[in-house]
Write a protein that binds this ligand. Structure first.
Ligand code: SF4
Length: 63
């Protein structure tokens, strides 16, 4: 399992991460980001894509 954190003070809730890695990130009906803090190793490629496309570098891969 891998762990991520999102810096809410940076996140603009535009949802690019949810497009890149929908198994881990989603926008709730209020338009606010929700995400899984831990995810299976097999999702690492798409999570790394989400990290790359985040315009404010709010996503941190912790391990
Ligand atoms: S791409 Fe970055 S700024 Fe946009 S919703 Fe995801 S974490 Fe927030």
């Amino acid at each position: 399992m891998k762990t991520i954190d999102v810096d809410r003070s940076l996140c603009d809730n535009h949802g690019q991460c949810a497009i890149a890695a929908p198994a881990v990130f989603r926008m709730n009906p209020a338009g606010i980001l929700e995400y899984e803090e831990t995810f299976e190793d097999g999702l690492l490629d798409e999570v790394e894509e989400a990290i790359d496309v985040c315009p404010v570098q709010a996503i941190l891969l912790k391990n």
